[in-house]
Ligand binder design. Structure first.
Ligand code: FES
Length: 158
């Protein structure tokens, strides 16, 4: 059965008939839904008379667009050069271990965390670095990871 995406109609009406609208339109839809479900992109294509391939192309090209549901907290692990030579791989392994992420998955089953790799986070002197939401953690060793994650688990229970 087709899902009902009529909640998107208001956004679509805002952009109807305007040129160069695809990126801001998809951003608004993602802000509303949290990510861009395939069915939502098909709905937009049909309603806006835009080829679905164009929408999928933009959504997959730009890393700001999320094609899967994201966890409540986003963990960005830096894979830039300074972090790479400071054992970013060890930090990543520690994160995967602590989050118990199955192979190929980037979001925990409870939807609490999503892990993503990014290029330089702009604070190389703190390498290796991760960011959780808007907070930066630097000069990490693998043992730093479990206590950092615990803070987020603790916060949730407050
Ligand atoms: S390389 Fe990691 S913060 Fe710059």
């Amino acid at each position: 059965m087709e899902k009902d995406f009529s909640q998107l109609d208001e956004i679509l009406e805002m952009y109807r008939g305007k040129p160069g609208i695809l990126i801001p339109l998809l951003q608004d839809v993602q802000n509303l839904l949290g990510y861009l479900p395939k069915d939502a992109m098909r709905y937009i294509a049909q309603k806006m008379n835009i080829p679905a391939a164009d929408i999928f192309g933009v959504a997959t090209f730009y890393s700001m667009f999320k094609l899967k549901p994201q966890g409540k907290h986003i963990i960005r692990i830096c894979k830039g050069t300074a972090c790479h030579v400071s054992d970013a791989d060890g930090i990543k392994e520690a994160l995967i271990d602590a989050l118990q992420l199955p192979e190929g998955e980037d979001t925990t089953q409870d939807m609490h965390f999503t892990l993503m790799e990014v290029a330089c986070l702009g604070c190389c002197s703190l390498a290796p670095v991760i960011m959780i939401d808007d907070t930066t953690y630097g000069k990490l060793v693998p043992e730093s990871i479990p206590p950092i994650l615990e803070r987020y688990a603790f916060e949730e229970k407050q």
